[in-house]
Design a protein around this ligand. Structure first.
Ligand code: LLP
Length: 422
């Protein structure tokens, strides 16, 4: 039997207070928890130095970026627009690396400023060479194997378009030589929620790519470190997976006389467990004796699309609106407020609803969705059904609670539309 989930960093009274003060739905983040994750990540085992980049796609709120910056964490940006955002909020161009599927339209301007570029295809490398001959560049390889919490988050192997296929090393070298480029870094990222064994194997391959380019000083092993959101899911222990890789770097140094710096770029690990989504039960319906009991929340895939996209599970905890604890436990299918049958928070990948054992909830009670710090606010189907962007608050270290994003005014959802039909 799956265990009943618990609140992670909030207390029940706090949930009630926050919900009353700010309304629901509401994203709540903890500065203390984020700083703790930064410290864990900065302690990643390494032989000759470590650089940590935050995969800002996980959650790019400016306050979260600021916390990372104060900890000395650099930026992994995945579009030119993320670069603009990071620059706007005070990151230096040199502290940002762009690893992008799409070649940036403002390439010359951004890279000219000093933003680091990670070439993800032969075309990208060629264009880099044409515009910036003789300059330093990083190269992303597809090492031939990948691993993710689902196939949808696996970005290695023959089914993946991410990075330069590892057998194309000679073509890479030809472009590098043609433009006198300095390959300062080799990079791999094989997926999110990766199997640690596959990640370790890929670390070895990545060091082999570094062997091919004597100018390489940094080896980036990407992100993807598993985070157990539910009680029955295991998180990757960074110390455990990092230790053997540290030895690989030491052996590389003995053999080649080069002390390489390790780079990692977690998103999920840094922020997933540092956020909770406060919601209210809006309705309860059932489909009879042979059917299900449904809880309808006042949020949906417009705040967290991970369950409908991946069948991802997030803890769901009932908090009674007037205090006290739920009198019993019940099996519910928990659904969102979007007019979309796939807007179900408890579902298998593919869409079949499954029940979740939770504290019995009445209309008006709160349901806290946990572990929503990563890829929820940033990756939702926001504005579907014209639901406004959900507000966000930060619990400061000093105990203060601060609004860090207002609930979007509905009139702003369609601010860019131009009415031409009379
Ligand atoms: N580096 C690169 C080049 C990436 O593409 C990503 C994620 C990361 C680092 C960070 O990966 P993380 O440590 O967060 O697993 N939306 C999915 C994950 C896909 C993210 C895509 N790239 C999810 O909700 O689990």
């Amino acid at each position: 039997m799956t265990s009943i989930e618990k609140l992670k960093f909030l207390k029940e009274d706090q949930v009630r207070t926050l919900a009353k003060e700010f309304g629901t739905p509401l994203f709540v983040y903890s500065e203390k928890e984020i700083e703790q994750k930064c410290d864990d990540t900065l302690a990643f085992p390494n032989a000759f130095g470590l650089q940590v980049r935050y995969a800002m796609k996980a959650n790019p709120n400016s306050n979260i970026l600021q916390i990372m910056k104060k900890k000395g964490i650099l930026i992994d940006a995945s579009s030119e627009h993320e670069v603009v955002r990071a620059l706007h909020f005070g990151f230096s161009p040199e502290s940002i690396m762009l690893t992008s599927q799409e070649f940036p339209k403002a390439f010359v301007e951004l890279i000219g400023k000093g933003v680091k570029f990670n070439a993800c295809s032969l075309r990208q490398l060629e264009l880099f060479g044409q515009h910036f001959p003789g300059k330093s560049v990083s190269i992303r390889f597809n090492p031939g194997l990948g691993s993710g919490h689902t196939k949808k988050t696996d970005v290695g192997g023959v089914t993946s378009s991410f990075g330069i296929w590892h057998e194309k090393l000679e073509e890479v070298k030809a472009i590098v030589n043609k433009y006198n480029l300095v390959v300062e870094k080799v990079h791999t990222h094989i997926g999110s929620g990766s199997d640690p064994e596959v990640w370790k194997a890929v670390a070895k391959y990545t060091l082999e790519y570094a062997e091919s380019f004597p100018s390489v000083t940094v080896v980036s092993l990407g992100g993807g470190y598993k985070v157990g959101r539910m009680e029955d899911e295991k998180s990757t222990n960074l110390q455990t997976i990092g230790a053997p890789v540290k030895i690989q770097f030491e052996e590389f140094a003995k053999k080649h006389g080069r002390k390489l710096i390790l780079e990692i770029e977690p998103g999920t690990y840094l922020i997933a467990l540092c956020g909770a989504l406060l919601t209210t039960v809006d309705d309860k319906v059932d489909t009879g004796k042979h059917g299900f009991q449904f809880l309808k929340l006042d949020t949906g895939m417009d705040s967290n699309t991970r369950p409908s996209l991946y069948g991802a599970r997030h803890p769901l905890i009932t908090v009674k609106k007037d205090g006290g604890i739920p009198s019993s436990h019940k099996e519910y299918v928990v659904v969102g407020h979007c007019c979309e049958s796939g807007d179900v928070f408890t579902q298998k990948e593919g869409g079949e609803p499954i029940t979740r054992l939770m504290g019995e909830a009445e209309i008006g009670d709160y349901v806290v969705m946990e572990a929503i710090g990563a890829y929820c606010s940033s990756m939702s189907t926001k504005n579907y059904n014209s639901f406004p962007e959900t507000a966000e608050v930060l619990l400061r270290k000093n105990g203060e609670t601060k609004l860090i994003r207002k609930k979007e005014p509905v009139m702003e959802i369609f601010r860019n539309e131009i009415l031409v039909v009379e």
